[in-house]
Design a protein around this ligand. Sequence first.
Ligand code: SAH
Length: 232
Amino acid sequence: MKSSIILNFLLPAIVCSTLYGQGNYEKQRDDMVIHQIKARGVNDKNTLNAMKKVPRHLFVPAGYRSKAYDDRPLPIGYGQTISQPYIVAYMTELLKAGAESTVLEIGTGSGYQAAVLSGIAEKVYTVEIIEELGLAAKKRLKTLNYKNVEVKIADGYDGWKEHAPFDGIIVTAASEYIPPPLIEQLKDGGRMIIPIGSPFNVQTLMMVTKKGDKISTKNMMLVRFVPFTRKK
Ligand code: SAH
């Protein structure tokens, strides 16, 4: 009786959870790209390829690995989250980086968005305000061999002046307004993707473009991000 329970129920359950829960991440990633990202209209080849490649399960805490490819954001500690895969892909597509682009990200978090951009841009600079997260992301990106990404622990409000101007700037925390240093550090003709609005409500994902002295903004969609914080 006991052995038949094991054979009929437990063994298949173990096999299934290995195949679909932990192992077979490549299949989960392909499904994620087809059903969550392409299905919602993201078509940019560079973005889709990068999303197919980056092992998202290695960017979430071990306890969340089996949920890494779910259609949702996940906690990464310190009250922060890794964004839903679709939002990462959508923002990446909007940024329109190419093989010669230098990109700045504010809000490194797990390093996942930076890893996605690493496969598209020439160089990725990313700034994180929480030291523990920044250090962990730096180590993770190094272990996974993302050679064109540099992480700095600082208040991203000030951008990263030494490496400016940037072809693209992507901000992954919600700010009430666009930090002026980020506008200054955007290249003429560059674009910035940033969630703007109250940190306690939904925000508007904005595409900001700079042409000479002219700054234009376009509202893209409603989003919900963790707050952009400042160093006291
Ligand atoms: N892009 C990340 C997720 C971002 S969560 C990923 O792919 O995992 C938002 C991150 O922005 C958090 O880690 C938070 O600590 C950070 N953050 C908030 N305000 C910041 C600031 N002023 N400068 C730099 N990072 C900031």
